[in-house]
Design a protein around this ligand. Structure first.
Ligand SMILES: NC(=O)c1ccc[n+]([C@@H]2O[C@H](COP(=O)([O-])OP(=O)(O)OC[C@H]3O[C@@H](n4cnc5c(N)ncnc54)[C@H](OP(=O)(O)O)[C@@H]3O)[C@@H](O)[C@H]2O)c1
Length: 257
């Protein structure tokens, strides 16, 4: 396909690279930052644009990989440059596809369910792609496109995707916050974070093999009240972390009932 990617952040960059790698043509790529878009465009062999007024009609698909709050604004801007019949998708997990409805007749979502960072390689073959479109033909074409990118494709509507996104925040953003919490405590106590790495790895391995609930261990699971008390006493000097420890321990205790 001939694809134009609007947005050259974490998703715009990695997705463009993958699309090029599997044989699609990135016609244009947009970022407001001239130097950044020129650098990225060289890697993916696209025409860089730093102004949406330079956007060309004629691409088979326009991918809006901009921050959630900018999707509608960008759609409104680009509708002046390309026909209303153009195929336009965004890459957001939490934003409904219908945010594009006022601007385009054919719209959808192409959501890669993974955490992307600029300096990390993305293993696209194993990244679930959640797709949706308002027309059957577009849905089929998006599915074909997604199949060139990944081996895990899901046809998921707006409502389902919103629910999945909530749980994605829990397993990714919240666990990462908990890692940060551990990192901070260990740093302040002058102890190495590396002692926890095998534990982190084993916990995430287990969840891909067994139900998470069955794999729950620890003082709250066992009902070791004295241990919990000692932990809470230690955490008195970290009041925010103490609150989180308490809430999560209660959650684990409730789950057992
Ligand atoms: N990061 C993830 O792990 C992840 C995973 C799946 C889906 N997503 C979704 O993918 C989308 C992009 O996320 P991201 O992580 O790639 O974000 P990001 O790294 O912050 O990049 C956002 C891009 O949006 C552009 N942008 C922001 N505001 C804009 C505006 N007002 N007008 C035009 N362009 C604007 C930025 O432009 P400049 O380059 O000009 O600054 C940048 O290129 C979001 O919808 C997000 O929910 C993210």
């Amino acid at each position: 396909m001939k694809i134009t990617v609007i947005g050259a952040g974490n998703v715009g960059y990695h997705l463009s690279q993958r699309l090029k790698e599997v044989g699609h043509t990135i016609v244009q790529i947009f970022s407001r930052q001239t130097n950044k878009v020129i650098r990225i465009s060289r890697i993916i062999g696209a025409n860089p644009i730093d102004n949406l007024s330079s956007l060309n009609p004629g691409a088979d698909l326009y991918i809006l990989a901009v921050k959630d709050d900018a999707i509608a604004t960008v759609a409104e801007k680009i509708k002046k440059r390309i026909p209303a019949t153009s195929w336009v998708v965004h890459t957001s997990g939490s934003t409904p596809s219908t945010v594009l409805e006022p601007y385009f007749e054919n719209y959808g979502v192409f959501y890669p369910l993974q955490t992307f960072s600029m300096n990390r390689l993305a293993d696209f073959l194993n990244i679930p792609i959640l797709i949706d479109a308002n027309k059957e033909l577009m849905k089929n074409r998006l599915q074909e496109l997604a199949e060139t990118v990944s081996s895990k494709i899901y046809l998921i509507n707006d409502e389902q995707r919103a629910k999945i996104h909530v749980t994605a925040v829990v397993v990714n953003n919240f666990t990462n916050y908990l890692y940060t919490m551990a990192e901070d405590i260990l740093q302040q106590e002058e102890l190495p974070m590396e002692v926890l790495i095998p534990l982190i790895q084993e916990t995430s391995k287990k969840v891909s093999l067994y139900p998470a609930k069955e794999m729950q261990t620890g003082p709250a699971q066992r009902g070791d009240k004295k241990t919990i008390k000692r932990h809470l006493e230690f955490l008195e000097k970290y009041p925010n972390y103490q609150k989180i420890y308490e809430v999560l321990s209660k959650g684990i205790e409730e789950m057992k009932k």
